[in-house]
Design a binder for this molecule. Structure first.
Ligand code: KG4
Ligand code: ZN
Length: 340
């Protein structure tokens, strides 16, 4: 089965063509970073309009690259939520309309399901069951994955998501949008040991997270010391170490509590080098750790094409009266069932 994937939930337009026999045939991405930079964050209306501009040219390019004609497409997958409603509606409307024109089924994919299945696109995909750490701009979750569609939420953030904490702390340190990668780059120049941030909630039982205190800690520390470039780099490193160590502790705990020995990392923060390095070290304890390549940690069309292909092969398909849902819990049915 050959499936087109469309991702437009936030500030990246992603497209891909996935073949269930041959794997990923092509993918393309347009990042809106430069569009939102002046505003210090994503402006939803600008994001939607830019998806409208980018999605079809990107798709044409991907089909050319895959040497696939429209008549060889068997299904269309689009991100149906969670995300920015205007942005989601672009992918949903284009995807549903395209499927109708081509006479093939369409399916709406949960954005986080796309993320958690992204390692399946790599050469050494994980077997089920596994623990997935989902760390993005909107989510920090530990999920037990028994099969596609069989997800048990083990832990969640009580406040800021890990990516959100990176972005907010980056802003405090005077770094632009997107903050996570900029903070990680600054941390590379930091000196270890000058500052120490708390590891939130590690001394309490359970697998939930809380990251909002870390940005406050960064702010109060910054107010107490001479504010220079080296201080900011030292703070960035101490912050990054605290987030990474907290995530590693909770991953270890989830693996111990479930008795599972496979771990998948997914979502934008999964591109963080220090996190990848520290989690990779779990393999010394017999844990198999699977990451998507960094480009497939952040938003992309390939993960949506893959997840959509699995769902279409299982016989799922979106009704003609399609929908998009800004809030939608992973593993739950879409909030409002639409009928033809
Ligand atoms: O998965 P994603 O592309 O979009 C969402 O679904 O949210 O994740 C974006 C998040 C942002 O908060 C961004 O700052 C963070 O991932 N991020 C990083 C890195 N690259 C992206 N955070 C830390 N280090 C990175 N290298
Ligand atoms: Zn995402």
């Amino acid at each position: 089965m050959r499936v087109i994937g469309l991702e437009t939930s936030c500030d990246e337009t992603g497209v891909a063509v996935y073949d269930s026999d041959r794997g990923l045939l092509a993918h393309g991405l347009y990042s809106q970073t430069s569009l939102h930079q002046d505003y210090g964050g994503v402006v939803p209306e600008l994001a939607s309009r830019d998806h409208v501009r980018r999605v079809l040219p990107l798709l044409r390019q991907a089909l050319d690259e895959a040497s696939v004609s429209r008549s060889q497409i068997d299904g269309i997958a689009f991100t149906a939520g969670p995300g920015l409603i205007g942005a989601l509606l672009v992918g949903a409307a284009v995807g549903r309309a395209l499927a109708w024109c081509l006479g093939v089924p369409a399916v709406g994919v949960h954005h986080m399901e796309g993320h958690l299945l992204a390692p399946m696109l790599e050469a050494d995909p994980p077997d089920f069951p596994f623990i997935a750490l989902l760390v993005s701009g909107g989510h920090t979750q530990l999920v037990r994955v028994d099969a596609i569609g069989h997800y048990t939420l083990l832990g969640d953030t009580l406040d800021d998501a890990a990516g959100e904490a990176f972005d907010k702390t980056a802003k405090l340190l005077g770094l632009g949008y997107p903050g996570g990668p900029a903070l990680a780059r600054l941390a590379e120049r930091g000196r270890r040991g000058r500052f120490h941030f708390p590891r939130p909630m590690v001394n309490r039982p359970g697998l939930d997270f809380s990251f909002s205190g870390l940005k406050t800690h960064a702010l109060t520390t910054l107010q107490q010391v001479a504010d220079d470039a080296q201080t900011r780099a030292d703070l960035a490193l101490a912050f990054e170490e605290a987030v990474v160590e907290t995530l590693v502790i909770k991953c270890r705990r989830a693996l111990t509590e479930t008795g599972l020995d496979r771990l998948v990392i997914a979502g934008g923060v999964g591109a963080n080098k220090s996190l990848r390095h520290q989690l990779q070290a779990l393999s010394a304890d017999g844990i198999r750790v699977h990451f998507p390549r960094p480009a497939f940690c952040t938003d992309n069309g390939a993960m949506i094409a893959y997840a959509g292909c699995c769902r279409l092969l299982a016989g799922e398909a979106a009704a003609l009266a399609f929908g998009a849902w800004p809030r939608w819990a992973l593993g739950q049915p879409a909030p409002v069932a639409l009928r033809d």
